[in-house]
Design a protein around this ligand. Structure first.
Ligand SMILES: Cc1c[n+]2nc(N)[nH]c2nc1OC(C)C
Length: 322
């Protein structure tokens, strides 16, 4: 029945838009009960015409039956790790090393907070989320697609139209501090072991074989980069690529900035260091990446850590403040 198909497609597009407004922009256009009414209408249509159900249907966020174990999958491009700088001097040495290798004075960097969560790799094929995997050893990780589909800030389908036919998105799954406190209270009430910190809670919530359990955890996703890309617009810089990811509906860090040279990096790490306690989730540092993609290629990486990026780490937070 074409009218049912058309209505289902219209509902899917509308629900995808409102999900984006609420969970990615934190700026809903309609009240929750209006969203629920649309979702229930789609659920009824899909129940009557099961052939209308697609992988990008918002009714399928908590869909899969629990598997007996996690499958292992290979990332199309390895997920690199990050070298650390633990002092202003080491950060200076990084920017000097990069400037010297590129034969340039002031190099532009993309700067953003380093979230203390679980790194994951999302694969979008023809704009639809087809797979999600943990970082694992960088080459192979665990298939957590069913679990990641329950995270509302991960779009099941990309927005806009000029996205690549194949796109790997890398980012961090976190459990925001407020949600972490609520979760531990719930665990205590039900006599279960509490989590030591939000990072363990995020990992424990994702590596749940039953996606229905993951769906009860208030996880969030913030993306920070990309892996394999086939097709789509040509980007010359990391910043342009991140803006494209934002246009396609992926959540980026609100503190994402472009900074210039050592002074720019140092001012940024001080600013975020002063903000750290106010951020809605734990961070363990800030990350600086050379902005020009050609420069990233020229610098390459050593072992698995790029020469073109550094994580500036803060001292561990007082464990007792939690
Ligand atoms: C491992 C990693 C972790 N993080 N976290 C952020 N924010 N960016 C970022 N980039 C990473 O790696 C790229 C430099 C490849």
């Amino acid at each position: 029945p074409d009218s049912a198909r058309a209505r289902a497609e219209a509902l899917r597009a509308e629900l995808l838009h409102h999900n984006y407004r609420y969970y990615v922009l934190d700026d809903p256009e309609i009240p929750d009960d209006a969203y629920d009414r649309l979702l229930r209408e789609l659920q009824a249509l899909e129940a009557e015409y099961p052939e209308l159900v697609g992988p990008d249907s918002p009714t399928q966020r908590v869909g899969a039956e629990p598997l007996a174990a996690f499958a292992e999958v290979e990332h199309r491009l390895p997920m690199l790790s990050l070298d650390n700088a633990k002092s202003a001097e080491e950060l200076a040495a990084f920017t000097v090393r990069v400037g010297r290798a590129l034969g340039r004075e002031a190099v532009d960097f993309v700067a953003e907070p380093k979230l203390d969560g679980l790194a994951i790799n999302l694969t979008y094929e023809d704009g639809v989320l087809s797979r999600a995997a943990t970082r694992g050893d960088g080459r192979r990780g665990e298939d957590v697609t069913a679990q990641v589909r329950t995270v509302r800030s991960v779009p099941l389908r990309l927005r806009g139209a000029d996205w690549p036919r194949l796109l790997e998105v890398r980012g961090e799954i976190v459990l925001p501090t407020a949600g972490f406190a609520r979760l531990n209270a719930r665990m205590r009430e039900s006599g279960q072991r509490t989590f030591a910190n939000p990072r363990n809670a995020a990992a424990g919530s994702l590596r749940q074989l039953d996606p229905a359990v993951t769906a009860t955890r208030p996880l969030a996703f913030v993306c920070y980069g990309f892996g394999a890309v086939e097709g789509g617009p040509a980007c010359a810089t990391q910043y342009e690529m991140l803006q494209a990811l934002r246009d396609w509906g992926l959540p980026l860090s609100p503190q994402l900035e472009r900074v210039r040279g050592l002074d720019g990096c140092d001012a940024y790490q001080r600013r975020i260091g002063a903000l750290r306690e106010q951020l809605p989730y734990d961070i363990d540092g800030v990350v600086f990446k050379v902005d020009a993609l050609a420069d990233q290629q020229a610098l390459g990486f050593v072992a698995r850590a790029p020469r073109w990026a550094i994580a500036f780490k803060y001292p561990a937070q007082e464990a007792l403040t939690r």
